[in-house]
Each structure stands twice: as structure tokens, then as C-alpha cells.
Design a protein around this ligand. Sequence first.
Ligand code: ADP
Length: 437
Amino acid sequence: MNPKLLFWVPAALRMGLILLGVGVLWWLFGALPALVAAFVALLVMVFVQLNYLYQLSDWLDDPKSGKLPDGWGAWTSIFSRLYRLRRDDEKNEAELTEWLARFRQAMHLLPDGVVIMDDVLFLEWCNPAAEEHLGLRHDRDKGMRVTNLVRSPDFMDYLILGRYDQPLTLSFRERKLIVHIIPFENRRQILVTHDITETQRAEMMRRDFIANASHELRTPLTVIVGFLEIAASEDLDAATRAAHLKLMTEQGHRMQHLIEDMLTLSRLESVDHPLRPEHVDIGKLMEQVLREARGLSAGKHEIDMTVEAGDLMGSAEELHSAFGNLASNAVRYTPAGGKIHLHWRDTAKGVQFVVEDTGIGISPEHISRLTERFYRVDKSRSRETQGTGLGLAIVKHVLLRHSGSLTIKSEAGKGSSFIVTLPKSTAAAPQPELLAG
Ligand code: ADP
């Protein structure tokens, strides 16, 4: 039914009933009692309306404090509609609070920085990533001009010139950032920062790696091509040809080692190649490493071995590559007559593979850089001994995959200790046949 009718029909009926009552009283008792009764009825009605008005004003002061009365007459519909409005309001508020909480959480988790500024660059809000990227503090800096907070000439120029069609690449506080400005609403703008420090570093490492690898491959290739040109243009005697062939074979092997090491490194780094731990027979592995080290030394060193701990879980092939590289380094960097000791032991820190040598040692300034690709203390010595400069990088990656670590202790001229520590959790359970025995 029409709401206006709903309001007016009951009111008219009530007024009609009062008039009817007054008319009956007039007819039965005369004019005075009827007028007095009409006056009293009017007073009661005014009092009821005033009381509801008072309750309404009380409730409007603090709508959350209590419930509205059911009301009488037209008040019933007014109160129930007001009550419904308040309930809808509360629901909307709760939904809004929830959305705001979700938005805040998303903004907190966002790796990109977001700054909201007004049209004259005053900071209104920023997320934690923006605080980190630009050194801002939302609670401290709110209401301040962003160009006064981020002190970089490039950043100021970019913001002041307002040419936002191109992003800005900004070097700020040892970070490389890509900065975008997006105008939004009428008088606001969003500043977005994207940190590309890591990507740039990875890109630089990749470029360095390619440059180094090309250089390393070019050197033996130049030697081979040189000899081939001589062989093609000159009539060489048998002895010279044999000497040239020997040198070319050596250079060929060098290239082969280098490519094998590069392939090993790329396999170790590949995410498509996760570690599948298997039981590693440490006795067998250590024997193999010892045999190879003795083979490389060709009797020039005194090499011995102690095995004091049990087997472990991991990749036998990768661990062989890591342990083998460390043992081969010890042989290559220890002058003839030196001593080398291989040790597999159990310690409080974990199980350890230790290679100790009495070789040329390493000065302290080089130690932290030894696991970088192609880093060598003495390039010519490394090449003389068939080094590729990738051995310790391979060791580092194998250990990363096994949650292990490498400690290097060395003194120039006195010798070195390379200590591989693997967590005890990699220790293998004893083999069933060993238990039975
Ligand atoms: P390389 O193939 O040149 O040996 P590595 O990555 O295995 O490459 O080692 C990096 C550098 O660390 C070597 O060039 C060498 O200078 C130094 N180094 C490694 N092991 C030893 C060692 N046992 N004694 C002295 N220097 C070492």
C-alpha cells in the first residue's frame, strides 16, 4: 500500500474515534464533560508525541547506545525504519572495515612501494615497501612535501617537471628503483617504486660471466688456431709437429674442462633440477676422492685420509664433484713434497669433510672472494695446473643445495684448510645389512 495512506488512514481513524467518543459524551452528559474529555484526550496525545520525540532525540545523540521503543501509531513505522537504517549502516561499516583491513594487508605485502600524494606533492599515505625504498616514515612524514623527504636531484627534477609518461630510473640509498607517477582522482597522484637492484645485479653477473667465459675459451682457442695456421703454412719436422700437437691437445683439454665445469654449474643452479637425496656410501666416496687426488699428484705429495663418521643423504655425484674439487685444489696448490690430509668427521656443528694442505696458502684479502666464478689469486698458476676458476663456485653451489657451508682457513706460504660442514640431519640411517651384521 502507498506509505502516505499507511500514515494517514490510521491517524484519521484515531482522530475519528476520539471525535466519536466526544460526541457520545456530549449526547449523554452534555457539552462540559465532553469538552473536558476532549481536552484530556488531546493532552494525552500531545504527551505521547512529546515522549516519543524525546526518545528519538536521545537515541539520535548516540544511536549505538540502545534500542528504539516499538512506538505507537505512525511512530512504529518511523522507529522501525530508523532502526533498519542503523542496522544497514552498521553492516556497511563492518564491510568497509574488513575491506580496509584487507587493502592494508595487501599493501603491506606488496613488494612495490606505493605513495599517495596530493597535487602539490604532500605525502598522504605510503606502504612499508615505499618506506624502505625511499626512507620515508608514514607517521612521521605525513603532510610533508615528498621532494623535501627524498633528497635526490633526479627525483626532484622528475616530480617538479611532471613529465610522467616515461618512468624514472633512480639510484637511491644503494638501490636501483623504477619510479612511476600515476595521477588519480582530481587532485591526487600515486607514486609507485619498483626495486630492480637484484635484477640488475643478476644481469651484471650474467654479463660478467659471459665475458669471462668467452675470454677463458678464447685463450686456448687462439693457441690452437695459431698452431693450425703454422701447420698449414709451414712444412714442419716430425718433432715440432708432435710438440705442437701435444700443446694443442692440452689446450683442447682445458676447453673441455671449462665447458664441463660451466655445464655442472648451470645444472646446479637450474630450478628444474631439484636435489633428490639418496644414500651416499661415504667410505666409497672418500676412497674415490683419495684415488683421484693421488692420481693427480702422481706421487709428488704425501696424501692420507681418515674416515671417522658415517654415511649421509645427498647427491653422491654432486658431493663427489665438491669434495673432488677441494682435494684437486690441495694437490694443485701444494708444491711437490707437501702433505695433504683428507678427513671425514663428526662434530657438534655437523658432519665435516676437511682438506688440509701444506701448500702455498692464501692471503686473507682473497678468502671471501674465492667462491666467485673465475676468481683466482694467481691466474697463471691456476692455468698452469689446469684450473678453470670455477671449482670453488661449484663447491659453493653443491653446498647450497645440501644446506651446508664452506669455511676456509689459510695463511699465505703455510697452507690451507677447506672445511665443508653438512647438517647432521643429512646423516643417513644405518643400512639394514650393517644393522644385521
Ligand atoms: P681454479 O680452477 O683456479 O683452482 P677454484 O675455484 O677451484 O679455481 O679456486 C679459486 C682460487 O682459489 C684458485 O685460483 C686459487 O688461487 C685459490 N685456491 C683454491 N684452493 C686453494 C688451495 N688449496 N691453496 C691455495 N689456493 C687455493
